[in-house]
Design a protein around this ligand. Structure first.
Ligand SMILES: [Zn+2]
Length: 329
């Protein structure tokens, strides 16, 4: 260290000898103070692509929203706070809202449409994500809806007009019957009316054009995409399955909202559930199946891109995110 210091001192004197400058001259020669590059404060484009056999799937982000999960989740006292803390999280919890775009080679199918303008300014980015991912909204042939909550249908329409101008919307009839009914709206408490009106406004342009199709049982909704009813979160909540070349993806919609709590304790329900008991039973049943068969799973509210696999651990589950890939084979 001392050697280095004396070497530097010698260098300084040597430079002073060959550069006849005053102290004032030195500061004039110095570079102006460099400002740090401004922080960008924007996130990467909200899409992530993967293959399911020969089918191309793109997870789409609609954005994130801060949810007071400590108040929304119904768990024994202290469980939610402890689970969040264990995972280095806290309430309100920044929660992803995700959709999925499926290109079968013959059809372009969107699963859920994001919140549009119905759920605050941090959501409503799904169309931006569609474009960033290389597609245009008018290219979408079909839209399948897991359920008609505002964060899943709000993006269907903007200012009363269809956003996906060439698409037919498909949903479980039980959800359409509930959410699009004037009787439901009239009977709903004031704080629920907004969500029902949101569903009505979002679906109307498609219904008016004869492009709202409903189904009543499990089956192929469009070629290459199979619906399975999973009622409970809403009266007509459905999940969707794609199978290709021996691979299987199950898009589970709102069977789970908070990974850090409901994986370990899948019996914990959320205040958004229409029928909490039924929603819990659906989660337990399907999670068990998915952990057993190793299907790929895509979820509406797990952290983006929310694609991975469930694994049984004790009385609950663990989540193995899909391994990142930059190679689409
Ligand atoms: Zn949702």
């Amino acid at each position: 260290m001392r050697h280095l210091h004396s070497a530097l001192t010698r260098l300084t004197f040597a430079l002073a000898a060959v550069l006849p400058v005053t102290t004032a001259g030195l500061s004039a020669l110095a570079l102006p103070a460099m400002a740090a590059a401004p922080q960008q404060k924007v996130q990467a484009p909200g899409w992530y692509r993967f293959m399911v056999g020969s089918v191309e799937v793109t997870a789409l982000s609609d954005g994130t929203v801060d949810l007071p999960v400590d108040k929304l989740l119904h768990a024994p006292k202290g469980v939610v706070a402890a689970d969040l803390k264990k995972h280095h999280l806290a309430a309100p919890l920044e929660t992803s809202v995700n959709g999925f775009l499926i290109n079968t080679g013959n059809r372009l199918i969107l699963v859920d449409a994001g919140a549009g303008s119905l759920f605050g300014p941090t959501l409503g980015k799904l169309v931006t994500s569609v474009r960033a991912a290389g597609y245009q909204p008018e290219q979408v042939d079909d839209i399948v809806i897991t359920h008609m909550h505002p964060d899943h249908v709000g993006g269907l329409a903007a200012e009363g007009r269809a956003v996906f101008t060439n698409a037919t919307v498909h949903a479980d009839k039980a959800d359409a019957d509930f959410w699009l009914s004037q009787a439901t709206l009239d009977a709903a408490p004031a704080e629920r009316k907004h969500a029902i009106q949101g569903a009505m406004v979002s679906l109307k342009p498609y219904a008016d054009a004869g492009k709202l199709h409903t189904f009543t049982q499990d089956g192929d909704v469009v070629p290459g995409l199979h619906a399975m009813t999973a009622h409970g979160h809403t009266p007509g909540h459905a999940v969707y399955v794609i199978e290709s070349d021996g691979q299987r993806l199950v898009l589970i919609g709102d069977l789970i909202h908070v990974a850090s709590v409901q994986l370990e304790s899948p019996e914990v329900t959320i205040g958004f559930d229409s029928d909490e008991k039924q929603a819990r039973a659906q989660r337990l049943k399907l999670f068990k199946q998915l952990a057993q068969d190793g299907s790929l799973v895509g979820a509406a509210h797990l952290p983006f891109p929310a694609v991975g696999r469930l694994r049984a651990v004790g009385k609950g589950f663990a989540w193995d995110p899909l391994n990142y890939s930059s190679q689409l084979k």
